[in-house]
Design a protein around this ligand. Structure first.
Ligand SMILES: N[C@@H](CCC(=O)N[C@@H](CS)C(=O)NCC(=O)O)C(=O)O
Length: 259
């Protein structure tokens, strides 16, 4: 019996532009791999996941260029790199591409171990990962998606008008999340332990995107506000505070370090 060439057929059906490869992707360009002179981060300015990676790169002092990717346009060349068509995607100087903010941050901590962001002891590492999952998962689904996605991304992605009920739920859910953040900030030097970590960067990334929209009432929790002021004043944060999206002006306090 002739063996079925599953790879080839699946490749043809599902992945017209991309090589079937479950490992990290390289960007194909004609024959061989394209060498990039610079490291590129495909992102959207208000994407919390992209912001987290921007902060991680900057904390590690890894130089990179930013490239805005309007994921809703589903650009063919970008689909060859990331068939899920999400940002962030990091393209290394040698063309090596890493997809998904968590995979990128884990990769960065392994590839560039100076300034570790995932902690040192086993306990610290587990706690930092728990908190990153908390903000990228629970916080995003209970708060961020209800505000940022409903107010910003939904229409761009052709998924209809903002849902007022979801927006109300987002504001209501933000309160207990700020309280939890404040409790963490009061009980530890940094959210994940004794040193700044990816837990702080994830939390700050999500909150900074909402803060751009003017959606965070910092008066609700002083400890959360003081922690955010500390993260916000780091040099790694400066480029995020300089972001401006056409047609969407942030509140005055967005870039103010003494807000
Ligand atoms: N788990 C992914 C989530 C990335 C994600 O959802 N990115 C959004 C922007 S914040 C996106 O690209 N959405 C486009 C889509 O879902 O089609 C990560 O951590 O990178």
């Amino acid at each position: 019996m002739t063996p079925i060439r599953l790879e080839a057929s699946l490749h043809h059906v599902f992945c017209r532009h991309a090589p079937l490869n479950y490992g990290p992707r390289f960007a194909p360009l004609g024959r061989g791999w394209h060498k990039h002179a610079v490291r590129i981060l495909y992102h959207l300015p208000l994407s919390p996941y992209s912001r987290k990676v921007r902060l991680a790169l900057a904390e590690k002092r890894i130089p990179f260029d930013l490239r805005v990717e309007r994921v809703w346009e589903r650009r063919a060349e970008f689909l060859t790199i990331n068939p899920a068509c999400t940002v962030p995607v990091l393209q290394e100087e040698n063309g090596f591409c890493i997809i998904d903010s968590y995979a990128i941050c884990e990769y960065l901590d392994e590839a560039y171990p100076d300034m570790p962001l995932l902690g040192r002891s086993l306990g610290e590492r587990a706690e930092i990962r728990r908190l990153v999952a908390w903000f990228d998962g629970k916080f995003h689904f209970e708060v961020g998606r209800n505000l940022l996605f409903e107010k910003q991304m939904k229409q761009l992605m052709g998924r209809g008008n903002p849902d007022a009920g979801a927006i109300r739920a987002g504001y209501a859910n933000l309160r207990p999340h700020l309280d939890y953040l404040g409790w963490l900030a009061e009980t530890r030097p940094w959210l994940g332990g004794n040193a700044l970590s990816l837990a702080d960067l994830a939390a700050a990334a999500h909150l900074s995107a909402l803060d751009y929209l003017g959606d965070v009432d910092w008066a609700l929790n002083d400890a959360a506000k003081d922690w955010y002021a500390r993260v916000k004043s780091r040099p790694s944060f400066r480029p995020l505070l300089q972001d401006r999206i056409s047609g969407l002006i942030p509140p005055e306090h967005y870039a103010d370090l003494d807000f």
